[in-house]
Design a protein. Sequence first.
Lengths: 315, 348
Amino acid sequence: MTAQAEERDDESREPESADKKQPSAETPQASTGKERRRRLFKKKDMPGGLWLKCESCADTIFRKELEGKRMVCPSCGFHFTMPGAARIDFILDEGTFDERFAELTAMDRLDFTDKVTYAEKIARAVERLGQNEALLSGFGKILGRRVVLAVLDFKFMGGSMGEVVGEKISLAAELAMTNKLPLVLFTSSGGARMHEGMLSLMQMAKTCAALSRLNERGGFSICVMTNPTTGGVTASFASVCDITLAEPGALIGFAGPRVIATTLKQELPPGFQRAEFLLDRGQVDAIVHRDDMHETIASLIDFGRKAWSDESVDA
Amino acid sequence: MDLGACARAAAWGHYAARGPAPAPGVSMNFESRIQELESQLTELQELSKRTQLDLGDEIATLEARLQSAIEATYSGLTAWERVAVARHPERPVASDYVATILDEFLELHGDKVFGNDEAMLTGLARIEDQRFMLIAHRKGRSTKERLACNFGCAHPEGYRKALRKMKLAAKLGLPIVTMINTPGAYPGIGAEERGQAAAIAENILEMFSLRVPVLVIVIGEGGSGGALGIGVGDRVLMMEFAYYSVISPEGCAAILWKDGARTPDAAEALKLTPADLTGLGIVDAVIPEPVGGAHRDRERSMQTVRETILRELADLEARNTDELLESRWRKYRDAGEIEGRFPRVPGV
Ligand SMILES: [Zn+2]
């Protein structure tokens, strides 16, 4: 998948000792050589990650200020990628996260080795991030409403979907089904995890199988696509939820922009594959600013109450 | 979706516009010994004809040597060489199957919303008394056709056309046969604008609800999500020299090795052959090809597929529909899993 291409490319450029909080290392959507150079330059130039440059408006921002603003650019409103744990802190009511299936760990079933073994890549990511996989899931509350939440973490191998991510999405859908709760997903991913070969492609079918059953039983699902969501994740569970939301400026697509530009040898239209572009072309239900995210989701849940025969709100 | 695929497609278009060129991504170098013997044989046969000499013994000896060279070569192909066979320009494509093994075919065009994607061939098909809906990636045979079909890379309207016809099949109680042969879904501006990802996702989701048997056959290239977009079924079969992969070997080598020369290693690592995939429990069975690949004996290869379709559909149609859907669901819910590795949510 081309999206993976960009994701992998990005990950491998990130040095092991990279400042993990530096969002610039997580945004792989540079579509031109110029942007790419700017990004590399920026990284070298600001080793402490105290300051960073917005990839959308190119303004220099003090990182503390950015964090205080929920990782939203104060100049242009671009929504920087939120790491998984930060996303959970942000979206759930304090102290309500009840994580499930955290123990599931990837396996190197193909003995996949490029420059290093896949087993080693997993081990490094686990150690660096203190979590076993790219998906965090469990129960929680959003403004008092109980939900099953699943969050893809771009920091863990580009949020790529292998067996564990696919399984955890499916398990989350099943938890939502058996507990009659709304399913809320946040995605940021480069696509399928190619180190797992066809086992990773099969996760597209697996997650859709789980969502198809959730739909049959009258479940209610909301997916928020955040920057970036591409490849096999966009082409599976993320696109078949009842409601598709996007954060402002998020790159969302099937193939990555770099690949399209290279393949077609053509300039891409301005804003191509950004949330606003997709809204304009009828691909998403709404774009929601982070400041409005809680209320929007809460309101959607209230509209979806009758999806189940029982109440799903215990607030 | 597939970097290599479309770069290849683009390169092809480029070459095609200038005149004949070898199919991109296909190096049949491993056939050099075979080709050498083949040309010797041709020479000998011509010589015999021209000079009226009886060279029967010499020709028979050479034929035997050729046959054993083919057998030796094809029993030891690497993964990357297999990919080259799967992409071979003479390998049977959807239109060949339609012309050769179907007793009746009524093509149904269009998604009835946006357009008619030539890269997706759909229609009502019959072999003997067995009627079914055929859904197939179309690569085309002539250069003109290949360009019109984008080399088998479908757009969203192609996937939507496929879904529309599959739903019609379900309504009419006709089983569905899909033939996968694509380098990947088309990565372009229009494809993204019209929701390529969503179209594929929708197909995957909806294929779980089709209340008729679905037989999937990978006849050539199984290129990633673009393949899976018509690839959810009760039985998934692969031709002996087909491949099925999450990414093209070229794309994988470029990303992980950052070196196109490592493409053969990527092909090996991806475990994309029918043997690998039956081993992982992702593919149900392999359809054998003639010695030396389908391109060497197209007719016989296609007849095997014809018999397979008849046999498989008869089996699937004998099954109870609810059970069929439940087992289709289970097949993908647990796809390729090691038993007991993952927990189960009680009550599912
Ligand atoms: Zn900005």
